[in-house]
Design a protein around this ligand. Structure first.
Ligand SMILES: Cc1cc2nc3c(=O)[nH]c(=O)nc-3n(C[C@H](O)[C@H](O)[C@H](O)COP(=O)(O)OP(=O)(O)OC[C@H]3O[C@@H](n4cnc5c(N)ncnc54)[C@H](O)[C@@H]3O)c2cc1C
Length: 510
């Protein structure tokens, strides 16, 4: 357990009206989040409003203290903890009226609340599984995605505008089509090196690693630099989101796949205009979850190497042909497909939604299901090679693991079960982490499809991104946060940064 007496108490920042907590209880309470890290902050600041964030940012610059913006703390890779001042946006709860197909909300509002406010005709389609807890600010900061991002894109596609407090304490309203604003010169500088960088850019369907240089150069909107910047370039206080029409009909199928090797081929055959989600459950998950003994699923799933959960909807008027294609694929594979529409579909979705709690409940005593290689993404055609490579690494490291994720996007969630009773468990974690990074780099992927780099993946970024791209990331950081007060050690590594700093045998808070 961390000692909360390790540092002198910070004085309250001038002009700041919100809570500024320095008690041992408050600091310890903010020292952990959903990832497996524990870092004692100097203080916890809870601004009341945007003006308060400005005061805090100015104070931090003058006093030389870094800030770690935080929403609900459900982020996995440790970008939401740190030995700095935690800046919680929980008070930013205002919810505007839905106007046309947009709604503007405070950054502390949860994703699920926005989807509820959207009403029966509209929806926010980029909802993470954690939507009941995670905030819109955290989703924008991580460029979060969800099961339906296969068909609808990550949150980037749905962010229309954001109010951001910059590292210099300026309040900016950044809009789609608003251009680069004060970062015009940065845009030109990045453009001059882009041809080489673009040639090495990972060909993945979704990405939450590094800064989104391609999107920034493509749209020229400063907003695109902020989305996915993990609290390192600005504090998001308000967001205007675009909503999608809520489909009238959805059809869900559970398709057994003979082997993990067959996954990319099956995913390609299943793809079609109306596919919203294309998820997979690995063999170990099927066994561990008890599905193979379940009266409803056992017959269909036994003998399978994995299962694909596919949702198609009627947004393009192709529901019937999309469903027919699923049946054809099943016939070719010689498997029985379980299908459902309407309320029944939720029952099939439960199989996927309960993944995290099921794994946590079935983790053997003395072991921790630890998320540290939980979000790599590879080009979809490389999915089977990635899974095979992972299995080799885990076998050689004598570590059991459960895999599931977003098959259509090549984004795999891996939960290694670490025996934390072993005196060298951290070395084992370090080896798996490094070997996975080598594997992902060789397959042309990145270490994060939706959760972000955080503190654990940031030091590994030079293994993934070419030196000229890393230099461009540094240029972005130095331009937007010249004093380095916003979440240092995330996306751009700081000197000597240890990826395993703060890793705790307690695991994450879930
Ligand atoms: C059970 C479970 C399931 C999950 N499923 C998914 C999933 O399906 N898809 C997915 O994408 N993620 C998923 N996640 C990860 C996580 O929920 C998302 O990344 C989410 O977007 C984080 O939001 P948050 O409010 O908890 O942010 P936090 O964890 O508090 O912060 C995450 C990062 O965002 C930054 N940040 C937070 N708020 C702001 C702000 N207002 N301004 C600037 N920076 C900010 C932080 O500094 C940090 O770097 C899951 C997590 C759990 C525990």
């Amino acid at each position: 357990m961390l000692s909360a007496r390790s540092r002198a108490t910070l004085p309250r920042p001038d002009h700041f009206r919100g809570d500024f907590l320095t008690s041992a209880v408050a600091r310890r309470g903010a020292s952990r989040a959903s990832g497996p890290f524990e870092m004692l902050p100097l203080a916890v600041a809870r601004p009341w409003d945007t003006e308060d964030v400005v005061s805090l940012v100015r104070w931090a610059t003058a006093a030389g203290h870094a800030l770690v913006p935080r929403g609900a703390g459900t982020g996995m890779p440790g970008g939401n903890v740190g030995p700095h001042v935690i800046l919680e946006v929980g008070a930013f709860q205002d919810i505007g009226e839905v106007r046309g197909d947009t709604v503007t909300v405070g950054s502390g509002v949860t994703g699920a609340t926005v989807d509820e406010v959207a009403g029966n005709a509209l929806t926010l389609p980029a909802l993470p599984s954690s939507a009941l807890r995670c905030t819109i600010g955290g989703m924008v900061a991580n460029n979060a995605a969800g099961a339906r991002s296969y068909g609808y894109g990550s949150i980037r596609a749905w962010v229309e505008a954001a109010e951001v407090v910059t590292a210099e304490g300026r309040v900016m309203w950044l809009e789609r089509g608003g251009g680069p604003g004060p970062w015009r010169r940065l845009l030109a500088e990045l453009r001059s090196g882009w041809a080489r960088a673009e040639a090495t850019w990972p060909a993945v369907r979704k990405n939450s690693s590094g800064y989104a240089l391609g999107h920034f150069l493509d749209t020229t909107d400063a907003l695109d630099l902020i989305v996915g910047s993990e609290g390192t370039l600005g504090v998001v206080t308000r967001v205007r989101l675009r909503l999608a029409p809520r489909p009238d009909s959805r059809h869900v199928s559970l398709v057994p796949v003979p082997s993990q090797e067959a996954l990319p081929g099956v995913v390609a055959s299943l793809s079609g205009p109306g596919v919203a989600a294309c998820e997979f459950l690995g063999e170990r998950y099927l066994a561990l979850s008890g599905l193979l003994d379940h009266p409803t699923y056992a017959d269909a799933l036994r003998g399978g190497g994995a299962a694909v959960l596919l949702e198609v909807d009627d947004r393009h008027g192709t529901l019937e042909t999309d469903v027919a294609r699923v049946r054809d694929v099943a016939t070719q594979l010689g498997v029985r497909v379980l299908s459902a529409s309407g309320g029944e579909a939720a029952r099939l979705w439960q199989i996927r939604h309960v993944a995290s709690p099921v794994i946590a409940a079935r983790t053997p005593p003395g072991h921790v299901s630890m998320q540290f290689v939980e979000d790599s993404v590879v080009p979809p055609h490389a999915l089977a090679r990635y899974l095979r490579g992972l299995e080799n690494i885990l076998f050689e490291e004598e570590t059991d693991a459960v895999m599931f994720g977003h098959a259509g996007d090549g984004n795999v969630h891996v939960n290694p079960m670490i025996d934390v009773r072993h005196p060298k468990w951290k070395e084992c974690v370090g080896r798996i982490l490094h070997r996975t990074a080598v594997l992902v780099s060789g397959l042309g992927g990145t270490l994060s499809g939706e959760h972000g780099d955080g503190r654990i993946r940031t030091p590994l970024n030079p293994m993934i991104w070419e030196p000229e791209v890393m230099q461009m990331f540094k240029t972005v950081k130095a331009t937007l946060d010249p004093s380095g007060i916003l979440n240092p050690g995330v996306i751009v590594p700081v000197k000597g940064q240890d990826p395993l700093a703060g890793l705790t045998a307690l695991g994450g808070l879930g």
